[in-house]
Design a protein around this ligand. Structure first.
Ligand SMILES: *[C@@H]1O[C@H](CO)[C@@H](O)[C@H](O)[C@H]1NC(C)=O
Ligand SMILES: *[C@@H]1O[C@H](CO)[C@@H](O)[C@H](O)[C@H]1NC(C)=O
Ligand SMILES: *[C@@H]1O[C@H](CO)[C@@H](O)[C@H](O)[C@H]1NC(C)=O
Ligand SMILES: *[C@@H]1O[C@H](CO)[C@@H](O)[C@H](O)[C@H]1NC(C)=O
Length: 800
């Protein structure tokens, strides 16, 4: 048959059907093609594009490939055209033996998503084998007395083709003694029998040579021939006799080579040479001759080569016992091979994925088929995978299984699985096969970076050098590769003015090291916050943020600043000190501040130099300058004090203050105790109050006197009119509201006035009196002191 013709025929016979099995993500489709055997290599089988509905680019892009069940490359896929081509000549007889139909299974596997198609190639028989006889010559010994019509079994020819292409007929070369009768055996095979048509005569013709031809039914038919040599024998009365016509034995397939199987025995009643029996296989096939050994004399049958139930399940041997005279008889020996569980199951992986993304749910991992060459329970299989793994096995097409993931995997939990597929049969003993698939779980950017702390506090001492490394922020990402490569960046903090704060620091994008961009000043900014963002390089990237608080630490970079007395005034201010001042009299108070904080702002005061050492003392903690002793006439009127204000920093910083003190004589006495206003009023009565009371008492006394005189005059006039008696004052004590100015009770009355005065807010006394006091210089000093008080209250500076 020419290729062109074959192709045409094949095209006509292409039979396609699709079995669509939707199995989670993989689909299994089946396509069937028919192809005659012996077609030239490279012949076109089918175009997959059309039949599977795929695009041309899809084939190469998805790495389409053809995988066959027996792992041989019978077919080849042209990725450019989608043509399925024969990779080698197919020989149906080699592939399938006598099995019919002869179907080869292939999978077309496409990646991404994994998809596989079943392709069945039906290999059609072609009459490419001629019938053959195993022996080139068949020798028949026939006694001359054999009756007409006796039949003689002849050896069958073999033709490995099937159907019409197998053996169909036998013919014998034309002769006058014999003709051929075709017999049908139980297995449907035909065999030739030679039928005697005319009595033989040894003396006339001792030998006949005939040609037996076997014909098959192909078109054109093929044939094979053998020579049949018939030897005509002298009379031999009795032929050998077997006790049974059929013997049956069962032999396990694992029987060792050389084992005894059976001993055949026939009886011949003839004596002598005519009773001597020899046993032979009659018309034994190649298989039988290879497998069994017949001892011609003893009739013992031994095993010559290993049995294999999977190849041949039973043998039917024809044993011929021939006596010395040439008479023979045949019997059948049926040898049944018993299956032994000697074949472990096999796992054939059609397609396997070695990596799946971690977020994919229910993904196809592998497609495989299993087989066990044994039969019955020995060939029944159970297939399993480890139960603690998130994979399930589903039966698919025929003996195919698919392995899919049960759920989405988590690479961070486990990045590699060794999945062991265990297939065991149900035979005794059980045989099992394991196949391990290693599956990598590929990373997906599903974890955001995590900072080691949710917020960071970094300390930096002020006046730092620019670009100082002040700390490192670090985050981790549980993903891998670029999904775990982090870059850090700064974002403004949440509070107002954050943009400015963010400009103070910079971050190294790779290492997370935070640098101060410029020198920081504690006095200007004690702390600021920035947000640090860590982002990975995944697609899409994930990020997270952390708050970073930078605390500026104080350094002693500010000297104390003296607020009072003013140091820059053109006319230095001078404190007045009355000569009458007691020791401990408060001359002045030095007020200083320090812009630093903490220790760096703890100030102490110290008298450095004085014109008159020993006259003044300075309280180290509050800066009060007080007199140390009574002043004397000999003390110079002008004094200059040099004080040192020092903070407690490391190293300390200081400032000096010059204080001028002027000793005065006529200083208003009542005003002097002013700084001691807090002293108890009653123990040391205020002299000023006393003066006032005296003055008031005098005025009141005058008023009362005039009133009394006025009243007395009226009373005198009335009594004179009434009794003309003389004027007299009433006796007894005076009413309380009247002032007795006659006696020495001034002090008592002035005390009453004082009480009245003290009735108001005690401290208002001075304010109330202020306008009365004409001394302007004193007023200026007091304003200064008050101003200082206000300053301290409103600014809250740390004043020591
Ligand atoms: C076998 O061949 C003979 C001789 O050619 C013919 O007569 C006969 O019909 C054939 N038998 C079959 C079954 O074809
Ligand atoms: C898995 O993650 C990738 C990348 O983030 C995304 O494109 C894809 O849609 C995800 N798949 C599923 C099934 O969630
Ligand atoms: C899987 O098997 C390989 C090779 O035997 C081994 O190196 C690997 O550690 C195994 N992995 C796991 C997760 O057991
Ligand atoms: C002295 O210094 C203070 C504080 O710096 C300032 O307010 C004041 O105006 C200055 N006075 C003179 C006279 O320079």
């Amino acid at each position: 048959m020419g290729i062109r013709e074959a192709l045409a025929l094949q095209k006509r016979q292409v039979l396609i059907f699709f079995v669509l099995l939707r199995l989670s993500h993989a689909s299994t489709e089946s396509v069937q093609y028919t192809m005659p055997e012996e077609t030239e290599t490279g012949s076109f089988v089918a175009n997959l594009l059309k039949d599977l509905g795929l695009g041309v680019e899809e084939l190469s892009f998805r790495e389409a490939r053809v995988v066959s069940d027996d792992n041989k490359r019978h077919l080849r896929l042209d990725l450019l055209t989608g043509d399925l081509l024969l990779n080698e000549k197919l020989d149906r007889e080699e592939l399938c033996g006598s099995a019919e139909p002869c179907i080869l299974h292939f999978q077309v596997v496409l990646e991404n998503p994994l998809q596989f198609f079943q392709v069945e190639l039906h290999v059609r028989d072609v009459n490419d084998n001629s019938p053959t006889f195993l022996d080139k010559e068949i020798i028949l010994r026939i006694s001359e007395s054999t009756p007409i019509g006796t039949t003689f079994l002849l050896e069958s020819a073999q033709d490995v083709d099937i159907g019409r292409n197998s053996l169909q007929n036998y013919t014998i070369s034309p002769n006058s003694y014999f003709h051929i009768k075709i017999g049908n055996s139980v297995d449907g095979k035909i065999y030739p029998e030679l039928v005697l048509d005319r009595a033989l005569d040894h003396e006339k013709e001792s030998e006949h040579r005939l040609t037996l031809t076997a014909l098959d039914g192909g078109s054109p038919p093929r044939s094979g021939t053998t020579l049949v040599l018939i030897k005509v024998l002298d009379i031999n009365d009795n032929a050998p006799k077997f006790a049974q016509s059929l013997y049956e034995v069962q032999v396990p397939e694992d029987t060792p080579i050389g084992s005894w199987i059976i001993t055949m025995s026939a009886k011949d009643l003839d004596a002598g040479n005519h009773g001597k029996i020899s046993y032979t296989f009659f018309h034994a096939s190649e298989d039988i001759r290879k497998t069994f050994d017949m001892n011609a004399l003893s009739g013992e049958v031994h095993l010559k080569s290993a049995l294999d139930f999977e190849v041949i399940q039973s043998y039917s041997l024809t044993i011929q016992a021939t006596d010395g005279g040439g008479l023979s008889e045949e019997c059948t020996l049926g040898i049944k091979v018993l299956d032994v569980n000697d074949n472990p199951p096999e796992v054939m992986i059609s397609s396997v994925t070695d990596s799946i993304p971690e977020n994919a749910s229910e993904t196809l991992v592998a497609v495989f088929s299993v087989r066990d060459l044994d039969s019955g329970d020995n060939g029944r299989m159970v297939c399993s995978v480890e139960e603690d793994l998130p994979f399930i096995l589903k039966p698919s097409f025929k003996n195919f299984y698919i392995l899919i993931t049960e759920r989405a995997l988590d690479r961070e939990e486990r990045d590699e699985y060794n999945i062991t597929i265990t297939v065991s049969d149900l035979g005794t003993p059980r045989l099992q096969t394991q196949h391990t698939i290693t599956l990598q779980v590929s990373d997906v950017n599903d974890n955001a970076p995590e900072f080691t702390q949710s917020s960071y506090t970094l300390w930096v001492r002020e006046n730092n050098s620019p670009a100082l490394h002040i700390g490192t922020i670090s985050a981790t990402d549980r993903d891998s590769g670029s999904n775990a490569q982090l870059t850090y960046s700064l974002l403004p903090g949440p509070q107002p003015g954050a943009d400015a704060a963010a400009a103070l620091v910079s971050i190294n994008a790779d290492s997370g090291q935070l640098f101060a961009l410029r020198a920081l000043d504690y006095e200007a900014l004690q702390a600021f916050e920035v947000r640090v963002r860590a982002a990975d390089r995944g697609s899409p990237p994930l990020s997270s943020q952390a708050l970073v608080r930078v605390q500026v630490l104080d350094a002693n970079d500010n000297s104390p600043f003296v607020l009072y007395p003013l140091q820059n005034a053109s006319a230095p201010c001078t404190e007045l000190l009355p000569r009458a001042a007691e020791p401990g009299y408060l001359v002045s108070k030095v007020v200083a501040v320090d812009r630093d904080s903490g220790q760096n702002a703890w100030l102490s005061f110290q008298l450095l130099k004085a014109t008159e050492p020993g006259l003044f003392s300075v309280w180290p903690h509050n800066g009060e300058v007080r007199t140390a002793r009574l002043l004397s006439e000999r003390d110079a009127p002008k004094h200059r004090l040099l004080l040192l204000v020092k903070d407690n920093g490391e190293p300390p910083r200081s400032a000096s203050v010059t204080l001028h003190v002027l000793l005065v004589d006529g200083f208003s006495q009542p005003y002097l105790p002013l700084p001691d206003a807090a002293a108890p009023e009653r123990a040391q009565p205020d002299r000023l109050t006393a003066y006032l009371v005296v003055a008031l008492a005098a005025v009141s006394s005058l008023f009362l006197l005039s009133l009394l005189l006025f009243v007395a005059a009226r009373l005198c006039r009335r009594s004179r009119a009434r009794s003309l008696a003389g004027c007299a004052l009433p006796d007894g004590p005076l009413p309380g509201h009247l002032l007795d100015v006659s006696g020495t009770g001034t002090l008592a009355h002035s005390y009453q006035y004082e009480v009245c005065l003290q009735g108001g807010a005690g401290t208002n006394e001075f304010k109330f009196l202020k306008p009365i006091i004409p001394n302007l210089e004193v007023q200026a000093t007091s304003t200064n002191m008050n101003g200082m008080e206000n300053f301290r209250n409103s600014f809250g500076f740390n004043i020591q």
